[in-house]
Design a protein around this ligand. Structure first.
Ligand SMILES: NC(=O)c1ccc[n+]([C@@H]2O[C@H](COP(=O)([O-])OP(=O)(O)OC[C@H]3O[C@@H](n4cnc5c(N)ncnc54)[C@H](OP(=O)(O)O)[C@@H]3O)[C@@H](O)[C@H]2O)c1
Length: 338
C-alpha cells in the first residue's frame, strides 16, 4: 500500500521531513516496504497545495528555501478542507506549538482523526493539553495519534517506553528536557552570567527572541505532562505540574554546586508514588557522577527507572531540522508496520 502523506506546517521540521523522505525513498521501500507520495501540504507562508498523484517536493523545497510561495498544484482549500477533502492516509501536524490553548493544531488533529486519517506530530500542544481526547477520537476512528517528536525530537523516548521497555514497570523518568536551558547552564558554569549567556543562546538560535517558554521551564513542563499521561497514565493537566525555570540561578548558586561536586540541571521529573504520579520541573543540583550531570550543551537526556532493568539513560538531540524530521519518519514507519 502506498501511503498518502499530508504535511501541515512546512517550516523547519516539515522541510526536514520532506528532505529525509526524498533522500531515503529507495531505502524505505527496499528495507521496510514503505512506499509513499506526499500529496498535500498546507502552510501559512508558502500556501496550500494538493496533487493526488504526488507533489513536486524538490521544487517546493527549492521555493521554500528562498521564501517563495509554492507555484504548482495550488488549491483554495483551507487547512480543514485540505485535511478533509484530500486523498490522504496520514497527516503530519508540524505547525506552531501553543501550550495554552493548543492553537489550530488541535482542530487539525481532530479533523484528521475524525476523517480516519492518522496523525503524526512533533507539536506539543495537542499532546500536552488534550492527549486523552485525541487518543479517544483516534481509537474510535481506527487510526493512530503518534507523538514521538513531542519529547526530545527524534531521540526515542515515547516509543522506547512503549516498545523496547514494554514489560518493565517504569517507576520514574527524570531528565534534561530542554536543550536551550541546558546550554545556558553549561555556559554559566564556565563563568558567564545569566543575561550574557541568554544573549549568546539567542545569537546561536538556541533561544527564541522571547525566551520565556524555555527559561521559565514551560517547554519542559509540556514534555513532562506528556510523559506523565502517556507513559504513566497520570491523567494530569499541564497546569497541575509545578514548574520553576532557571532564571533565579545566580553565580553564587553555581559556585555552591561546584563546591559540593554537583552541577545544576533543569530537571523534568515524573514519578509513580503511592498517591499517584508526581510530576515537576525545577533546577536541581545533580551529583557529578550521575549520567545526567555529564550531559552538556543543547543535548537532552532522560533516565528511566524500571523494575527489571534498573536505570536506563538515553542521551540525544532534542531539536533540529533533521533530528525532529526523523521523529516523524519513525512514527510513519511504525504506522506502516501496524
Ligand atoms: N524545530 C525543532 O527542532 C522542533 C523540535 C521539537 C518539536 N518541534 C515542534 O514541531 C513543530 C514545528 O516546528 P518548526 O521548528 O518546524 O516550526 P517553524 O519552523 O516555525 O515552522 C512552522 C511552519 O508552520 C506554519 N504555520 C504556522 N501555523 C500554521 C497554520 N495554522 N497553518 C498552516 N501553517 C502554519 C508557519 O508559517 P509562519 O512562519 O508564516 O507562521 C511555518 O512555516 C512545532 O510545534 C515545534 O514546537 C520543533
Amino acid at each position: 500500500m502506498k501511503h498518502k502523506i499530508g504535511i501541515l506546517g512546512f517550516g523547519t521540521v516539515g522541510q526536514g521531513l520532506a528532505e529525509i523522505l526524498l533522500s531515503k525513498k529507495e531505502e524505505l521501500k527496499s528495507k521496510y516496504g514503505y512506499e509513499f507520495d506526499i500529496v498535500a501540504v498546507g502552510d501559512f507562508k508558502f500556501g496550500n497545495v494538493y496533487n493526488a498523484n504526488g507533489l513536486d517536493i524538490p521544487s517546493m523545497l527549492k521555493e521554500a528555501s528562498v521564501g517563495k510561495k509554492f507555484s504548482k498544484d495550488i488549491t483554495d482549500w483551507d487547512n480543514i478542507n485540505l485535511i478533509k477533502n484530500s486523498d490522504t492516509s496520514v497527516w503530519c501536524e508540524l505547525t506552531f506549538t501553543d501550550l495554552v490553548n493548543g492553537g489550530p493544531a488541535v482542530d487539525h488533529v481532530k479533523t484528521a482523526l475524525k476523517a480516519g486519517k492518522h496523525i503524526v506530530t512533533s507539536n506539543k500542544g495537542p499532546a500536552a493539553l488534550c492527549y486523552p481526547e485525541m487518543k479517544k477520537i483516534a481509537d474510535e476512528n481506527n487510526c493512530k495519534f503518534m507523538i514521538e517528536g513531542t519529547v526530545v525530537a527524534g531521540t526515542p523516548v515515547i516509543n522506547l517506553a512503549d516498545g523496547p521497555l514494554a514489560g518493565c514497570k517504569i517507576t520514574k523518568i527524570r531528565g534534561i528536557l530542554n536543550g536551550t536551558t541546558n546550554y545556558m547552564l553549561t555556559e554559566m558554569e564556565k563563568g558567564m552570567p545569566y543575561d550574557e549567556v541568554l544573549k549568546v543562546a539567542q545569537s546561536k538560535g538556541y533561544a527564541e527572541a522571547d525566551p520565556t517558554g524555555d527559561v521559565e521551564g514551560y517547554d519542559a513542563r509540556g514534555k513532562v505532562t506528556i510523559l506523565a499521561n502517556i507513559v504513566m497514565g497520570a491523567g494530569i493537566k499541564i497546569t497541575d505540574v509545578p514548574c520553576e525555570g532557571i532564571t533565579k540561578i545566580t553565580p553564587k548558586d553555581i559556585e555552591k554546586a561546584k563546591s559540593q561536586n554537583k552541577r545544576w540541571k533543569l530537571i523534568g521529573s515524573v514519578e509513580l508514588t503511592e498517591n499517584g504520579v508526581d510530576a515537576s520541573v525545577k533546577p536541581e543540583m545533580i551529583d557529578i557522577s550521575h549520567p545526567l550531570a555529564g550531559v552538556s550543551g543543547a543535548t537532552n537526556a532522560l533516565t528511566f527507572t524500571t523494575d527489571l532493568l534498573g536505570d536506563v539513560t538515553i542521551v540525544g538531540p532534542g531539536a533540529g531540522k533533521i533530528e525532529t524530521g526523523f521523529s516523524i519518519l519513525t512514527d510513519l514507519i511504525k504506522i506502516h508496520r501496524g
